[in-house]
Design a protein. Structure first.
Length: 539
């Protein structure tokens, strides 16, 4: 049976050990998912003396991890980090889980540097918030100053684009592939058993709901793997699964901005064993364009501009050449929020109780000729050999292929996108007046980001909510054990990384990467510490 991007939802997600007969392969720990979390879990379990099998659903490794920015968040002080994480999670994640994450964030920089030293990888040296306000957390909550980030600057004799031809990133100097190369090197060096194109399709359980192993769907058929100590689900979220998004999120459609392999497999398998769920509503994302081909499955995320921190709005000094209006032609949001790539989608969720619809779906990005010439408006990325979209430097190809509509007047533009002419004209007139006054009195956009829309031809692009990654999934404790609704651990089953992330309200930039490493090493060590479930039978 050849594995596919989406597992067959009609097949059972668990199988009793009595139905297996003889296992095809015997290991100590099975890890599902070869991204940062899965790789680190495999490394740590191996280094504890365990035999590990690392199963990856897709034909190529990396998951969504390889497409991330590649900078990991770390903290100088664990108590301050805990205070910040507690504030940003707003009571939605237990203190014990946040405490472990905060402690781990003081250790992650040294951990990655140790991995990097083995291949002479260069790591940046950041030491805290600078005079310009850079560094620190995204929001001014207690403890924000403790956070910082580092990244891999380079690896000798390594070309990431040549090493990973399956990925597309606009920037050839993106650090995500560099960080992934680091963990992949350590997996390969240890000769950990890696199975690509072989998703974990079912969990093997026995009396007492104990996890005994997993069934892989390999290109050559099903493979029953005995996991004597535990199974770690590090197989990502559900950003590419429309059915789950429609059930857990009010707003739709929401397209994935990066990766098609995350279709909720780990969530469903954990549910099949009775797992509780949390944070299912919370996704990290912004807004973006649809591809001109309606069957193209990935969104094209709107250009990312620098983040800014509330209270330091005056330091945001990059022009944003557009405004966003709803389907009625009215502006309704700050297009340059402090952290647009996390919360930029949220204003689009508004529900109209008179029309019983969503007036901000779709919305329209509006700009003029001066804005068109500034920079590419969109960004496509993928870890999939089948899909690649390169946005043109001056946006002219997007005019040709229809992603952007162009018109010589606002009235003509309104007709092309189907919004009320008077409303759109009034929105742009109001915006230009705000620009002349140097202050967005309506929605608080940073003054330096503002620029008028007045030079024809004018352009509009249809935009929708976009998900970069989800934060929801099975509930876990501080030991990464997956819990049922009564708070009891499902024996020998662990979660790591994006699957059931700790971030339940507001995200911290770069912290999903940190979380992948921290939860990966916890899960790997915890699984390795268990006695083998078959010890009594063997002895």
């Amino acid at each position: 049976m050849k594995s596919d991007v989406r597992l067959d939802a009609k097949r059972p997600l668990r199988v009793d050990v009595s139905e297996i007969g003889t296992f095809d392969v015997e290991v100590d720990v099975v890890v599902a998912g070869f991204g940062y979390a899965g790789a680190v879990a495999a490394i740590e379990a191996h280094d504890a003396g365990m035999r590990v099998l690392l199963a990856e659903k897709m034909p190529d490794p990396g998951g969504i991890s390889i497409l991330a920015g590649g900078a990991w968040r770390f903290a100088h002080d664990a108590d301050q980090a805990f205070s910040y994480l507690k504030a940003t999670n707003d009571g939605r994640t237990p203190d014990s889980v946040l405490r472990v994450l905060a402690d781990g964030m003081t250790e992650i920089d040294a951990y990655i540097r140790k991995l990097a030293a083995a291949i002479d990888a260069q790591v940046t040296e950041h030491t805290g918030v600078d005079a310009g306000g850079k560094g620190g957390g995204n929001y001014p909550f207690p403890g924000w100053e403790t956070f910082d980030n580092n990244h891999i600057e380079g690896i000798p004799n390594f070309d990431p684009m040549a090493a990973y031809p399956q990925i597309y990133l606009r920037s050839p100097t993106s650090r995500g592939p560099l960080l992934f190369r680091l963990v992949e090197h350590h997996v390969r060096e240890r000769r950990i058993d890696v199975r690509l194109n072989s998703p974990v399709a079912r969990l093997v359980t026995g009396p007492g709901n104990v996890v005994y192993g997993a069934v892989l769907a390999t290109p050559d058929g099903e493979l029953a793997v005995k996991a004597k100590r535990g199974v770690i689900l590090a197989c990502g979220g559900f950003e590419a699964d429309d059915s789950m998004k429609q059930q857990y999120w009010q707003v739709k459609p929401v397209r994935s901005a990066a990766f098609l392999g995350n279709t909720g497999d780990g969530v469903r398998m954990a549910q099949a064993l009775g797992a509780d769920l949390w944070h299912m509503w919370h996704f990290h994302g912004s807004y973006g364009f649809r591809h001109y081909d309606p069957d193209y499955p990935l969104a094209l995320r709107v250009k990312r501009l620098p983040d800014w921190r509330p209270g330091l709005k005056h330091l945001m000094n990059v022009k944003m050449c557009w405004i966003v209006v709803d389907s009625r032609g009215r502006r309704y949001m700050n297009e340059c929020e402090p952290y647009v790539q996390d919360t930029g989608h949220r204003p689009m969720h508004a529900f109209d109780t008179e029309t019983m619809g969503f007036p901000r779906l779709p919305s329209f990005l509006i700009l003029d000729e001066e804005g068109r010439k500034m920079y590419p408006l969109g960004d496509g990325k993928s870890n999939d050999r089948r899909y690649r979209y390169v946005w043109s430097p001056d946006n002219t190809e997007e005019i040709k292929n229809g992603i952007l509509k162009q018109a010589n007047s606002i009235a003509e533009l309104a007709g092309k996108i189907g919004v009320d002419t008077a409303a759109l004209e009034a929105s742009i007139a109001r915006w230009n007046k705000l620009c002349a006054n140097g202050e967005d009195a309506d929605f608080g956009r940073p003054p330096a980001s503002m620029m008028p829309i007045r030079t024809p031809p004018f352009l509009a692009g249809e935009v929708w909510p976009v998900v970069s990654n989800t934060q929801g999934g099975p509930v876990h404790n501080a030991r990464q054990q997956i819990l049922d609704p009564s708070g009891r651990a499902i024996s020998r089953l662990y979660a790591a990384g994006e699957l059931g992330s700790s971030f339940g309200y507001l995200y911290l930039s770069g912290a999903n990467i940190a979380e992948c490493f921290i939860t990966g090493w916890i899960a790997g060590r915890e699984a390795a510490s268990l006695p083998p479930w078959d010890a009594r039978a063997n002895g």
